[in-house]
Design a protein around this ligand. Sequence first.
Ligand SMILES: CC(=O)CC(=O)SCCNC(=O)CCNC(=O)[C@H](O)C(C)(C)COP(=O)(O)OP(=O)(O)OC[C@H]1O[C@@H](n2cnc3c(N)ncnc32)[C@H](O)[C@@H]1OP(=O)(O)O
Ligand SMILES: NC(=O)C1=CN([C@@H]2O[C@H](COP(=O)(O)OP(=O)(O)OC[C@H]3O[C@@H](n4cnc5c(N)ncnc54)[C@H](OP(=O)(O)O)[C@@H]3O)[C@@H](O)[C@H]2O)C=CC1
Length: 292
Amino acid sequence: MTELQKIGVIGAGQMGNGIAHVAAQSGLTVVMLDVAQAALDKGMATLAKNMDRQVSKGTLTQADRDAALARISTSTDYAAFGDCDLVIEAATEREDIKHKIFATLTPHLRPDALVASNTSSIPITRLAAATDRPGRFVGMHFFNPVPLMKLVEVIRGLATEDATVAAVAALAERMGKTVAYAADYPAFIVNRILLPMINEACFALHEGVGDVASIDAGMKLGCNHPMGPLELADYIGLDTCLAVLRVLQEGMGDPKYRPSPLLQKYVEAGWLGRKSGRGFYDYSVTPPKPTR
Ligand SMILES: CC(=O)CC(=O)SCCNC(=O)CCNC(=O)[C@H](O)C(C)(C)COP(=O)(O)OP(=O)(O)OC[C@H]1O[C@@H](n2cnc3c(N)ncnc32)[C@H](O)[C@@H]1OP(=O)(O)O
Ligand SMILES: NC(=O)C1=CN([C@@H]2O[C@H](COP(=O)(O)OP(=O)(O)OC[C@H]3O[C@@H](n4cnc5c(N)ncnc54)[C@H](OP(=O)(O)O)[C@@H]3O)[C@@H](O)[C@H]2O)C=CC1
């Protein structure tokens, strides 16, 4: 396939709108889809605000911002993906949701179109097997916030063809990212290492080893991490953190990945972190206030 020109993005949440942002800024035409128009409007508003911030910092010109925004369209109808070269799925981290999305998506695609998942953890081989094109299916894992984080993990499923891997790796580079190739094990490279640390911070909080502020200060000042593990968990989304840990626990069969009961309780309470206004911090006040 020649260079990818038009891409689809499924999910207008923090990752979907970030991927659409960077893709459009890199000159690609983008269609972003979500279940509801309200989610698309919110995603577009976030994306425009992030581009405006780049303009005010002088890292993006007003003309380039306007041109990038004009390259993005939104839709709730999968027919909009009919002429896409690649569709990147960035919907909620639930395998049942992703399977349904692929079943709805693929009949609308050109036979040669590629499909990628931005999943944080779910085996690519398994997702690929649920589609009509395992050879043209691949993991393309961006990091949050997408406009700033330099890495994309490219994950090859058992059936993924060389040309598919090469096409998405070239695209990631065109988007200014560095590629790390990961084998298809649960949570791949970065989350295999990151999520157990976040989980351990949740256990430490639950056991009273330290409060939220102390645990985060400990890792920021003691290890020079840009965010503490609980602040980062809130940033990723506690539902996503829990979902990744469950994939690790089930996929590796090792009790060391058991999710912290406190993390589970927070998700049950709907305290999902920044995106719901409350997680380990309360975001209704400035600066955000630790909840424990
Ligand atoms: C769960 C998974 O599957 C995988 C994952 O993604 S795991 C999560 C990975 N991400 C991380 O670990 C993030 C860790 N945190 C950080 O690196 C930093 O805190 C951070 C980059 C997010 C913010 O850095 P900061 O210096 O505290 O914030 P801030 O000063 O507000 O922003 C830094 C710059 O980025 C810009 N910026 C911030 N968010 C932005 C966004 N979404 N879009 C565009 N620009 C953005 C700011 O305008 C600012 O620009 P200047 O440097 O020109 O001033
Ligand atoms: N958060 C992170 O740091 C990272 C996340 N990821 C992965 O990216 C994916 C998205 O995560 P993130 O953006 O954080 O999640 P968000 O919760 O911010 O966004 C998910 C979006 O997907 C939408 N959605 C849900 N079901 C469907 C569907 N059937 N069709 C279309 N859209 C749907 C949601 O809509 P609604 O709100 O209406 O349900 C929401 O807008 C996940 O697989 C996650 O693991 C990867 C890297 C980093």
